[in-house]
Structure formats: structure tokens, C-alpha cells
Design a protein around this ligand. Structure first.
Ligand code: MOS
Length: 734
């Protein structure tokens, strides 16, 4: 037993000082002696064949060491093997032959002794292509599509009959543009070979996943690849798998016998890593006049590449959010001549909540029922898809608390009725949900002779504050103050950890950390309890408390000794244990989701069509909250992402050749301070005892999920204009 001094307390980031003083080292900043610089030449067609590459001029640029192309670089083996989290399909064999599968595909890598020389030489590489017609538009009727390999068609009840019998039906199609993650830190890697062993200093959300992937490409043992990534400057899903530039850097390093650094340009961030796929969702709703939803059809399409089949989680939320007895759900992937999309914050749930929650809002309006009330009338008693009880589902509490704190009762149900000069003001809301994942993870924990602790697992910290929250958990489990605990992550040599994505780090790695620290603490108790020289002689772990590094009888606090004293008496430098977490079978018997209710107020300029967010409030139920300050930061960060998704973000594609003309932070709009008003959130601290040892459900994604729909519904309330497409640009309101 230990005293709770850290978990649940609003502490600041343990790595905050390192970050704000520039001492945190990001991938491209690692000082690797002898490093040379690789810059990618991307294809300027979306489909076809390279007929010639003229590298003569580029090679003559002073400082250029080599220009690698498919003509002069080794073919990597890519043996038959796929990592679990990668999509089905064939990996891109980067620069293996003359074919081009997407715009921006690497066709050459210029390596030089300076970044400047490499960049200049890139401009002198001349590539000639035989171009084939490419399809890059998800709505192109010539595009082929397939059933998502991860989501089979699903039906319950008889939706067609139910729709014919419904008092009111609604039939809408919602579209969301392709989006790119645009983190501050560019995707970067430094690769170095030492004999047959490879080290990558990489920007990644999953050091062990990158190690496994790159090992697979080279046909070597993953144990021979070490990936180091102590800090990540934002990722939002873009680093959840390894990308071709990581393979290219390793390939160039091997061929040149020197470490090679590759940093994508901002422009290449739109073609050389994934994106949130463009989507189109057809929704049909049927309801009784008193607001019982009787039928739902959800037909979703998202884009994927010609070589891999990426599925978002787009079918999941509509299948379970409401107690709808009759439902059909279908998901198709549209195969385009583009690079493979990937996860982007709230992947699937954020897009599907936009469609579903806008449709439910429209239904509420037609039925003249308050949108919150309509949702409560359709709350399910058990998960209608999984057909199991919920572990904890406090969505109605989220509605109640959110509506109260936001001041929802002040909303006028009549669109366009609130005017302030030439501004129309409106309020909207939406529900949010995100499936709560938990997977196996390992950790190590050690207490040193000086009474400090080192706890480790190979996870990442892409921004949620994993260094800090894991330090909090460890400190409490070990009975130490946080300043005596160091948490290590971001190195593939550390104990096994899943990708930091899918909001599962706290449930998975956190559980492993807690179990491991508990084991270490109990090991000390056992060491002392069998030692006649210890004041704890004869004690069982459940009779001992630990406070501030001192173990003592719970009922006789004066009798005890410190970790240091125990180690010293045994002549040991430290004591270390390894342990792991495997999700219990118990959790499978329940539907575990994190939930939220999002409320937004917007103004719309009637002359300019300009939407400004006035405020957003979210109430979230995500299990136990380990780190309230960082959870709040996550929540408002999710809202900022949701503002981008709803009003600004859109990757324009020129479908004549598949190029992305606005591939820059000047043309691809993301929210800046002026776009972000007062944001606030409350986290219901609701430990889920069935979920995992800590009782957490994950927070990183649920906080973006309801935001776009709440904003779109507020725009309708302000103007009377329904928004079926994201982003909601000015032209849609004029
Ligand atoms: Mo996220 S899309 O789980 O990194």
C-alpha cells in the first residue's frame, strides 16, 4: 500500500523544461558523427513508368556523393511477412523498379555532404515518364472499390421495412476532404549501420514497429535494428507506421557506408506519409414522431491506394451509439492512384460522428425535439452491435453536465433567430465516442542504491504527456515522490510496447507500469520480511505501507526502513523487476468506450460567410483521469483539431495529374491562435473497474470526435443552412 501523492494531481510535464529550453532532442537533431544528407526526388506523375533519369548534372554539384535511383540501388528482399498493424496489401517497394504508383513517390535520393547541396542537386535531376491516366478522385465513377477487409457488411433487424414504416425519414450524403496531419516536426530519420546492425534515430509513434518494419524490408532480424525516438514534435497518427523515407535512409546508409539523414520537406509531408482519407457517407434515418429512431443505414466510402487497403474505423460508432433496432452498415474502400492513407486523430470516429451527429441534429430539428433530449431517448441499455453490457457508459451524464456548464438552455431552437449586427449566432452539440483499446505491454522498474527509481517501456510521447503520466503512476505505486522517479521511453531496446496510437497507451503501457512497480515494491517487502535484521521482519506485503521511499508497518508507522537501507544491508546496487500486462478476458464481456458531449457556439457573418467559433465546451467520460492538467490540455487540443477539420483543413488535389497544389502551411489551413476562442472541458473522473487495472479508457481521440458535428450543427442553428461537407468554407454560406 502506498499513499496517493501523484495520480490525479495536476502536475506539470516532467519534460517541460527540456522542451522549452531546446534541450529535448528530436529525430533530425541527434548528433551522429559523419552524417550526410539525403533529399528525396518525388515523381511528378501519379501513374506510369520512368523511362529515363538523368542524374549527370546533379552528380556534378560539389558535395554530392551519390544519386540513388532504381537503376543503381540494390533491390531489397521484402520477404512475405506483414506486421499486425499495417494494412493488408503489398508494401511499397520504394525505388525497386521503374513503375510509379502515386504523385510524389520517391524516384531518386540525392545524398550530399550538406543539405543545401543535396537540395540544389535535386532540382537538377531530370526524370522522364511514360504517363498513364490516373484516378485520384474518390467520386470518380471509373474508380474501383472493394469491401473493407477489416469491416464486413453488417445488418441487424430489417432496416428497409423499418424505413418504410417510419413516420419520418432523412436521407443525406456527407463528404469530408482529405486532410494531412501537419505536425510541427517534419518526418525525419538518421540511419547508421554498424556492421550488420542498424540504428535509426527516427520520428515515430512506435519504435518497435519501425524496427520490425525496416528489418522486414531488409530481410534482417528485428533485434538487429534499434530505433531511438525520445521526443516527437506532434504526429496525430502520421508516425504510427514506418514510411518509405525511413527505408531509403537505411538503404543509402548501407550503400555509402555512412550515416544518412533524411528530413521530408513540408511539401513532401503531403505525399510521403499518410493522410486522413477523403470520405463520403450516405446516411438514412427513420424515426417515429416522438423521436424513437427505428432505422439507420450507414454506407461509407474512403480512399485508399492501389497497393494497400487502409480502413478507418468509420463503421464502428454508428453501429453502437444509439439503440437503433434496425441497421445496415457497409464500408467500401475506393482504390486510387495515391499513397496509402493512415490514421489521423479519431480515425473513423471523427468522420462518422460528423455524418451521424449532423443527421441526428437534423432529425431533432424536423421533430421539434431538443437535440440533447432526442439523443437521451435513443440511449441503448446494452451495446446493440457487440450485444454485451457496457462496462461504464455515462454519456447521459456528459449531456447533462455539458449542457449545464455550456448554458445550452439559452439556445433558441429557431435557426437564424439570434442576430448581433451582421452576425448570426448559433449553438450546436454532438455526441462523441471512441472505442477503448487495450493490448499487451511490458515494463521494467528499478530502485537504485540512492533511492531513485527508473521505470521504462518502449512507448512514445507524441504530446499527451506520457513521460509525466507514467512518472505519476510509478511514483504512487513505489511510494516515492515524482522527483525521484525517471521514466524512460522511445527506444526499441526497452520492454515491449504498442504503438502510441488509438488512445491505448495509458490502458496498456500504464497498466504494465503499474503492475511492474507494484511487483518491485512487493519484492522489497519480501526481501525485508525474511531478514531478521529488518524492522519489517515477518511482514506480508499487505501489512506494509510505503511513503516517501520508506517502508513501514501500516499499523506501526514508526517501525520501518527505506529502500536505500534494504539495498545497503544486502550489499546491492539496485533491485530491478520486469513485468507485463495482458488484458484480461473479463474486459471482452463488456463494451468499453470513452464518451463525450460537445457543445459549440459560433457566429456567422451574413455578408462574408465567415464562421468564427465563439466557444466550445466538452464533457468527457474516459475512465479514471491520471493527469488532470494534461487531460484538459488533450481535450482542448482535440477541439483545436476539430476546428481545423470543420472549418479549415482540406488537401486540394488537382485530379488532372494527382498533384497537391497547396502542399504548404501557407495554403493548407490549420487553426492558429486567432481561430481558437475560449475552450474548456470537464473530465468526469469515472474509473472503469472492468477495463484495466487503472480503470482508464483513453482520451486522445474521443476529444476530437464530436467537435466537427457540434460546429456544423451550430452553423445550422445560426443560419438555417445545413452543412453536408467539411470543411465549411465561406462559399457554402453565401
Ligand atoms: Mo492516433 S490517429 O491514434 O496517433
Amino acid at each position: 500500500m502506498t499513499t496517493n501523492t501523484s495520480v490525479g494531481k495536476s502536475v506539470s510535464r516532467v519534460d517541460g523544461r527540456l522542451k522549452v529550453t531546446g534541450q529535448a532532442t528530436y529525430a533530425a537533431e541527434h548528433d551522429v558523427p559523419g552524417v550526410v544528407y539525403g533529399v528525396i526526388v518525388g515523381s511528378t506523375i501519379s501513374k506510369g513508368t520512368i523511362t529515363a533519369i538523368d542524374t549527370a548534372k546533379a552528380s556534378r554539384v560539389p558535395g554530392v556523393i551519390k544519386v540513388l535511383t532504381h537503376l543503381n540501388t540494390a533491390k531489397l528482399p521484402y520477404p512475405e511477412h506483414h506486421t499486425v498493424c499495417d494494412p493488408p496489401g503489398e508494401r511499397l517497394h520504394v525505388m525497386a523498379d521503374a513503375t510509379v504508383k502515386f504523385f510524389g513517390e520517391p524516384v531518386a535520393l540525392v545524398v550530399a555532404s550538406s543539405q543545401e547541396a543535396a537540395e540544389h542537386a535535386v532540382s537538377l535531376v531530370k526524370v522522364t515518364y511514360a504517363t498513364l491516366p490516373a484516378i485520384t478522385d474518390i467520386d470518380d465513377p471509373k474508380a474501383s472499390s472493394m469491401v473493407s477487409p477489416w469491416y464486413a457488411d453488417y445488418e441487424r433487424g430489417d432496416p428497409d421495412t423499418a424505413l418504410r414504416g417510419a413516420h419520418i425519414t432523412l436521407d443525406r450524403t456527407y463528404r469530408i476532404a482529405r486532410e494531412h496531419h501537419n505536425p510541427m516536426e517534419l518526418a525525419s530519420v538518421i540511419a547508421r549501420w554498424d556492421g550488420g546492425k542498424l540504428t535509426l534515430w527516427d520520428k515515430t509513434q512506435w519504435v518497435q514497429g519501425s524496427a520490425e518494419f525496416v528489418a522486414f524490408c531488409f530481410g534482417i532480424d528485428p533485434a538487429d535494428v534499434r530505433v531511438i525516438s525520445p521526443f516527437v514534435g506532434g504526429a496525430f497518427g502520421s508516425g504510427s507506421r514506418a514510411w518509405p523515407h525511413e527505408v531509403l535512409a537505411a538503404q543509402a546508409a548501407r550503400e555509402l557506408g555512412r550515416p544518412v539523414k533524411v528530413v521530408l520537406t513540408r511539401k513532401q509531408m503531403y505525399t510521403s506519409i499518410g493522410c486522413r482519407p477523403a470520405s463520403s457517407q450516405h446516411i438514412v434515418l427513420g424515426s417515429t414522431t416522438d423521436g424513437v429512431i427505428t432505422a439507420l443505414i450507414h454506407e461509407a466510402r474512403t480512399e485508399t491506394s492501389q497497393y494497400e487497403q487502409h480502413s478507418d474505423a468509420i463503421p464502428e460508432l454508428p453501429r453502437m451509439l444509439y439503440a437503433i433496432p434496425n441497421m445496415r452498415s457497409q464500408y467500401r474502400l475506393v482504390e486510387l492512384d495515391t499513397n496509402t492513407p493512415t490514421w489521423m486523430r479519431g480515425p473513423g470516429e471523427a468522420p462518422s460522428a460528423f455524418a451521424l451527429e449532423c443527421a441526428v441534429d437534423e432529425l431533432a430539428h424536423e421533430l421539434k425535439i431538443d437535440p440533447v433530449e432526442l439523443r437521451i431517448r435513443n440511449e441503448p441499455a446494452t451495446d446493440p452491435f457487440q450485444q454485451t453490457p457496457f462496462s461504464v457508459r455515462r454519456l447521459t451524464d456528459c449531456y447533462r453536465v455539458g449542457a449545464e456548464k455550456f448554458g445550452w438552455s439559452r439556445r433558441s431552437a429557431t435557426p437564424g433567430s439570434r442576430k448581433e449586427g451582421n452576425l448570426l449566432v448559433g449553438m450546436g452539440m454532438a455526441a462523441a465516442g471512441y472505442y477503448s483499446y487495450r493490448v499487451p505491454a511490458d515494463a521494467s522498474a528499478r530502485i537504485n542504491a540512492d533511492g531513485t527509481a527508473v521505470v521504462a517501456s518502449a512507448t512514445s510521447d507524441i504530446g499527451p504527456g506520457t513521460y509525466t503520466s507514467m512518472t505519476q503512476l510509478s511514483a504512487d505505486a513505489l511510494g516515492l515522490p515524482m522527483n525521484r522517479v525517471t521514466f524512460q521511453l522511445g527506444d526499441s531496446l526497452l520492454p515491449m510496447s504498442p504503438v502510441e496510437a488509438g488512445s491505448k497507451t495509458m490502458a496498456s503501457v500504464g497498466s504494465a507500469v503499474q503492475l511492474t512497480c507494484n511487483m518491485l515494491r512487493d519484492s522489497f517487502v519480501r526481501m525485508a520480511s525474511v531478514d531478521p535484521g529488518s524492522p519489517l521482519y515477518g511482514a506480508r506485503p499487505d501489512q506494509v505501507s510505503v511513503d516517501n521511499g520508506r517502508l513501514h508497518w501500516t499499523d506501526k508507522p514508526q517501525r520501518g526502513e527505506t529502500y536505500q537501507q534494504i539495498l545497503a544491508r544486502h550489499g546491492r546496487q539496485n533491485l530491478e523487476v520486469h513485468n507485463g500486462y495482458v488484458p484480461g478476458e473479463e474486459v471482452q464481456k463488456y463494451s468499453t468506450w470513452a464518451y463525450g458531449a460537445v457543445f459549440a457556439e459560433v457566429s456567422v457573418d451574413v455578408d462574408l460567410g465567415l464562421v468564427r467559433i465563439r466557444r466550445i465546451f466538452g464533457a468527457y467520460e474516459a475512465g479514471k483521469i491520471v493527469s488532470p492538467k494534461m487531460a484538459h490540455s488533450q481535450a482542448i487540443g482535440g477541439m483545436v483539431g476539430g476546428i481545423g477539420m470543420s472549418l479549415l483543413e482540406s488537401t486540394a488535389i488537382d485530379h488532372r495529374d494527382g498533384r497537391i497544389p497547396g502542399a504548404s502551411l501557407a495554403d493548407y489551413l490549420v487553426p492558429v491562435n486567432a481561430d481558437v476562442p475560449e475552450l474548456d472541458a470537464v473530465l468526469l473522473n469515472a474509473p472503469d473497474g472492468k477495463a484495466d487495472p487503472i480503470g482508464v479508457k483513453g482520451l486522445g481521440e474521443v476529444v476530437i470526435v464530436g467537435v466537427p458535428a457540434a460546429i456544423a450543427n451550430a452553423v445550422f442553428n445560426a443560419t438555417g443552412k445545413r452543412q453536408l461537407e467539411l470543411p465549411i468554407t465561406l462559399d457554402k454560406l453565401l
